[in-house]
Design a protein around this ligand. Sequence first.
Ligand SMILES: Cc1cc2nc3c(=O)[nH]c(=O)nc-3n(C[C@H](O)[C@H](O)[C@H](O)COP(=O)(O)OP(=O)(O)OC[C@H]3O[C@@H](n4cnc5c(N)ncnc54)[C@H](O)[C@@H]3O)c2cc1C
Ligand SMILES: NC(=O)c1ccc[n+]([C@@H]2O[C@H](COP(=O)([O-])OP(=O)(O)OC[C@H]3O[C@@H](n4cnc5c(N)ncnc54)[C@H](O)[C@@H]3O)[C@@H](O)[C@H]2O)c1
Length: 487
Amino acid sequence: MTRSEVPSGGPGADEYDVIVIGAGPVGENVAERAHASGLSALVVENELVGGECSYWACMPSKALLRPVTALADARRVAGAAQAVGGTLDASAVLERRDGFTGNWQDKGQVGWLESVGLDLLRGRARLDGPRRVVVETHDGTTRTLTARHAVAVCTGSRAALPGIPGIEDARPWTSRDATSAKEVPGRLAVVGGGVVGVEMATAWQALGSEVTLLVRGERLLPRMEPFAGELVAEALTAAGVAVRTGVSVEELNRPAADRPLTLSLSDGGRLECDEVLFATGRAPRTDDFGLETVGCEPGSWLSVDDTLRVTGVRGGWLYAVGDVNGRALLTHQGKYQARVAGAAIAARAAGVPLLETDRWGAHAATADHDAVPQVVFSDPEATSVGLTADEAERRGLRVRAVDVELGEVAGASLYADGYRGRARMVVDLDRGVVVGVTFVGAGVGELLHSATVAVAGEVPLERLWHAVPAYPTISEVWLRLLEAYRG
Ligand SMILES: Cc1cc2nc3c(=O)[nH]c(=O)nc-3n(C[C@H](O)[C@H](O)[C@H](O)COP(=O)(O)OP(=O)(O)OC[C@H]3O[C@@H](n4cnc5c(N)ncnc54)[C@H](O)[C@@H]3O)c2cc1C
Ligand SMILES: NC(=O)c1ccc[n+]([C@@H]2O[C@H](COP(=O)([O-])OP(=O)(O)OC[C@H]3O[C@@H](n4cnc5c(N)ncnc54)[C@H](O)[C@@H]3O)[C@@H](O)[C@H]2O)c1
């Protein structure tokens, strides 16, 4: 047994200052922050330490996508293009992906928990009234734990499947299968035009599948500026993906486990495929979790205040951090919330006044509302931070959106021959600050943080004028946006 896997019994063994349920990226960080403030902390994990992100989400999906963009980038540069004639070596890509997941073993992450001095209990946790957590451990025992100060629910989310006839017997892929599959299906249907649908259609088409992307709405990536979905759909189509909008799946039929399946579509058509991925959103992992014992609705997203404390729970000891609160289902945003929650738990435990009235203080996750960055690792990449023009208007802001074609920026034209991409900056006219930025194009993922700094920093446009981008980088898009705004 490692130092971090706590045995039962012993004085005080089942009482901690803070109990964290779920050792995904978020739970790990809540526990680490609380522990760093001098509190004792236990983490309970039912599957693998590292959570969805490490084994079935961010890391394996990006490991599948990086070879796709590396090859596409080389092909877009005359001279380099001549050196890369072939297609991806799918088995090498899958093998590299396996390495990033540690072959679905969590030894490395357990080592990290140990190195920061956290205790780990392996088992399934449930709430059992105020400050109490019951764990069915993997060694078959049941442990009742008590938290002196706080319990943090960091149980994440799972794929949400729609209740379509035949779906269970059809054994569809979820994001877990799409990120961990060992073989490339011949024909893959992807249902859902959100982030998972777009990224996985990009990856599997390049790995050799014949992909059909079925989108019930009229465009891809509906949470971003409309041009993001348009440019990505155009590129997916050029890569060979059949992108079909305005269509949904009404029934699935797989006659036998090892046979292809048929999808009946809302337009009356049928589609035969070898696998179907449902990328239709997420559900919180809060069912069968004892939420009723603390006055919350089982299976619900846990709504929280800006210190990440669950609203309406008496005594203020219950926190919900990361995907499970539904604020922003992203690893980096969950880790940010973890830093805020860890600081708030420590301050409350020490009886120190909280800085929650300070919008940008240490105890308020304000960026969740105003400055959430996201990179969709498609080709081209689609990235955004803050508000779209539409969202800003719906919030009642007086805004102006400024667009620039990225291909007109010298750095972009050097980056790729015939560079296609666009940028939009949304300016709050009353405050003179940027409230939203979208970049779509090859290689823009690394540019996004400049926009995040501008939005979270509420940097006045007059000052941005003095932030000089280096020539000839793609970052010069900032200069073009500011020039276009000034007119
Ligand atoms: C395909 C895909 C790709 C993604 N790519 C990105 C990306 O590129 N960038 C990005 O920022 N985000 C990405 N995300 C989102 C990201 O994976 C999540 O936002 C992140 O994993 C949330 O972290 P979490 O710690 O809240 O939850 P999780 O990572 O889901 O971890 C929760 C942990 O809690 C454990 N648990 C649950 N219930 C219990 C219980 N009752 N008892 C004990 N343990 C329990 C689980 O086993 C799990 O280990 C992606 C998501 C998907 C599906
Ligand atoms: N690169 C990244 O940052 C990254 C990558 C993957 C996932 N994620 C995160 O994971 C979360 C989940 O991603 P996702 O793509 O599953 O969810 P999503 O909410 O982004 O997209 C789901 C899409 O499926 C559609 N849909 C829902 N039900 C449907 C049905 N019955 N039939 C057809 N379409 C249906 C929705 O309209 C929506 O467009 C996202 O919030 C995202 O932030 C992030």
